[in-house]
Design a binder for this molecule. Sequence first.
Ligand SMILES: Cc1ncc(COP(=O)(O)O)c(C=O)c1O
Length: 395
Amino acid sequence: MKDATKAIHAGRRPHDFSGVVNPPVMHASTILFPTLEALRGSRHIRSGDGHTYGVHGTTTTFALEEAIRALEGGYRTRLQCSGLAACTLPLLAYLDTGDHLLMPDSVYGPVRAFCDGMLRRMGVETTYYDPLLGGDIRQVMRPNTRVVWVESPGSWTFEVQDIPAIAEVAHAGGATVIMDNTWASPLYFKPFEHGVDVSCQAVTKYISGHSDLVMGSVTCTEEAYPRFQMAQQETGICPSPDDVFLAMRGIRTIHARLPHHWNSALKVADWLMSRNEVAQVLYPAMPHDRGHALWKRDFEGASSLFGFVLKPECSGEAGLAAMLDSMRLHGMGYSWGGFESLLIPVDPPKIRTATRWPRQDVAEGQLMRLHVGLEDTDDLIADLSDGFDRLRAAG
Ligand SMILES: Cc1ncc(COP(=O)(O)O)c(C=O)c1O
């Protein structure tokens, strides 16, 4: 089946529920067992493998898990209460005291904070690496490297990683490859075809698509799953059934929304390239981008989150405020993947430690992050154009 068909049908069994198209929303803590034998037998059922207690999943959660798994690939998907939890729980699952972790310098900031905070306190050492290392990552592997993390492209600086090359080196060293696959969504990057063992999604973004919930998912290969399943059981992390219901609505249209996002992003990015205020556009889906060849080789499409660099003379705080405070359509907020457009300034030099920002091939100036929503692109471009007028007027 093609992805569009999977997005519509995966995880649904209408005739088990009187023909009702969507799975029921089960609000459950207690689950009753009909006999003493069944009650005693339930002790051997692991989290996610059946109905034992609300925390460990119900028909509602299993249905969305199956829909995500069908699109992303892999053996099993488990839902988490946020995208960040979908990143931190696998780290807890696959790392022990004394282990070493490799993290790309472009990693999502709160994951970096988790490594520098809780993982450090647990006695796990993190080395941040240049996301563009590819197979040269062997230079920073150690005998005790147990996890190699990838996020491609990084959600602020948009470096595309050579994931097959990194996975080959990681596996040769006995490490598990975990990926934050949120940018591409399960539609546009198939992690398990490229050597990834565990894939994390912020369901909050494109899967839900409507900016009205926070949720995460973790999908594993069959080999990697038992260890993750144990971590899920031990920590009791689970989403609310009403949020699962909303995310289920979202995933049924992801294949219709994503091409629209991608197409609109290309139009807006193209227009930005023609603007005097803009020094560079960082969008791997565009041929000039340094990550384009890898993106073209490995990805099946592009989402609509990308960066652009304002020329230094257009990067002053007063001009930025004049532009951003009065946008009509572009909101300022720390998320993306919803139906609406967002625009914020971001500051990578403040958090990177392994590589200098801007990189050699990136222009100096204020980096902006744009999420292109589902509005009409002419309207979005008019809003940005008026914003640039205000920016220039403010000097
Ligand atoms: C790349 C990436 N991964 C993970 C997350 C975390 O998702 P959540 O906000 O649901 O915790 C985010 C959120 O912005 C993100 O941008």
